[in-house]
Design a protein around this ligand. Structure first.
Ligand SMILES: Nc1ncnc2c1ncn2[C@@H]1O[C@H](COP(=O)(O)OP(=O)(O)OP(=O)(O)O)[C@@H](O)[C@H]1O
Length: 410
């Protein structure tokens, strides 16, 4: 049985390619898949299933114990894989299957796929060379919308450490020096859902200018911690969580907190469907708005001009954001979360779905922000991102009594 890895980069027309593939519009070299029953393992399939479960109020892949929607992203992916395998297709397209999966489950996942590889064919779409499944012997590349067969050794582009532009990050318009340390303090915080213990006695302090990576296996509670910081998790109430000097729940509004946090997660990108130029996207980061509802001041315009130089995006400042490649969109969104120099910048799995080259570029921008500003950075990822230079890593270690936190310092 043949299997394929198709390498893509952030300029590949992946979505169209997959849609065409499913409709039977398949490149000649892959014609063996025509008229076969194929399924798609992808974040898009998950979103559709969650939507259907929601709309029709019936379970498709939720278990007796838990609804698909409330599972962590890793747990959702595990559930999806088992669901698709049970459907007994001829082939499965695996769209960047290892994104969001911790190392342990990646190994488990690989051996499940290998076990089924005698009777199901796999077409793996991969952004990252290291993700290629070892049992696959046929390789292709999608360059924009053109598919070509390649030798595996042809995909040798080694990612180099990027030095970001030498242009300095602009100074803040408002100073955060008045804030006292710690910015964030968790004291003996524990969380459970019913009988399921998630966090066990978390003690964690984030100070001005810190650079943290928050790591941990799937389901260890990373998103739970984030949602307690950014304001929308009821589990935070009654706990000793101090945000910018105030005990959480003691009067500050979610808006007060959000004003002090720059936040970016790839899911946010979909909110910007309209005709927003790159320049407007950055300006709207200063005012926390989705569009550009107010006319920017001269000072704001000057600051954004400098950010465009940092990003080397002057030439695309008038381009529409939603037409940019994924890599460029992520850089814009990261800068957008940072332009107001928030006391804390949270980047939630920002490299998910990115190729090696663009991930390295994003990582170097984050390192630059850490070096040149006083903003504390919280970079959430289970992946050991090559070249990321956090000063400390907070790892959630799973245990039956809930995850405990382990701190390592560079
Ligand atoms: N509303 C809920 N009901 C039941 N369980 C929940 C609910 N919300 C979260 N959980 C569980 O809490 C655990 C922690 O989830 P969380 O999303 O914080 O993990 P994570 O570390 O971010 O995982 P991942 O890397 O997979 O995204 C998971 O086992 C999840 O299923």
């Amino acid at each position: 049985m043949n299997h394929w890895v198709i390498y893509i980069d952030n300029n590949s027309a992946k979505k169209n390619f997959i849609e065409d593939f499913q409709k039977g519009k398949i490149p000649n070299e892959l014609i063996e898949y025509q008229h076969k029953k194929g399924l798609l393992y992808s974040i898009f399939t998950l979103v559709k299933l969650i939507d259907e479960e929601d709309k029709h109020d019936h379970k498709i892949i939720s278990s007796e114990q838990q609804a698909l929607e409330t599972m962590s992203s890793g747990e959702q992916k595990k559930a999806l894989l088992h669901y698709l395998l049970n459907e007994k297709p001829d082939f499965i397209i695996l769209d960047n299957p290892f994104d969001n999966l911790d190392v342990t489950f990646q190994e488990e996942f690989k051996s499940i796929l290998q076990k089924h590889s005698s009777h199901i064919s796999f077409v793996q779409i991969a952004s990252r060379k290291a993700d290629a499944l070892s049992f696959i012997k046929h390789f292709g590349r999608l360059t924009y919308d053109t598919f070509t067969v390649i030798q595996d050794s042809a995909f040798e582009k080694k990612t180099k450490k990027h030095a970001y532009s030498s242009v300095s990050i602009p100074q803040p318009l408002e100073n955060i020096a008045s804030l006292n340390n710690p910015l964030i303090h968790f004291k003996n915080v524990s969380v459970s859902y019913g009988d399921k213990k998630i966090l066990n006695n978390i003690n964690w302090t984030i100070n001005k200018g810190d650079f943290w990576q928050l790591a941990g296996a799937n389901g260890s509670g990373k998103s739970t911690i984030l949602s307690m910081i950014t304001g929308d998790n009821p589990k935070a109430f009654g706990q000793e969580i101090y945000l910018f000097g105030n005990l959480k729940g003691s009067g500050e509004t979610v808006w007060d907190i959000k004003k002090k946090i720059g936040y970016y997660s790839p899911a946010m990108t979909n909110k910007f469907k309209g005709r927003h130029t790159v320049e407007h996207m950055l300006i709207s980061g200063l005012t926390d708005s989705v569009g550009l509802y107010t006319i920017p001041t001269d000072i704001q315009k000057r600051v954004i001009k400098q950010w465009l130089s940092v990003l080397n995006f002057h030439n695309i400042k008038d381009s529409y954001f939603n037409k940019l490649s994924t890599g460029k969109q992520r850089l814009v969104m990261t800068a957008r979360a940072m332009v107001k120099h928030p006391p804390i910048l949270i980047l939630d799995e920002p490299t998910t779905g990115m190729d090696d080259e663009s991930s390295a570029l994003l990582v170097s921008l984050v390192n630059k922000i850490a070096q040149e500003t006083n903003t504390a950075i919280l970079f959430v990822s289970h992946r050991k991102e090559p070249y990321l230079e956090p000063k400390s890593i907070y790892t959630l270690e799973k245990s039956p009594s809930g995850s405990i936190g382990d701190i390592t310092t560079a």
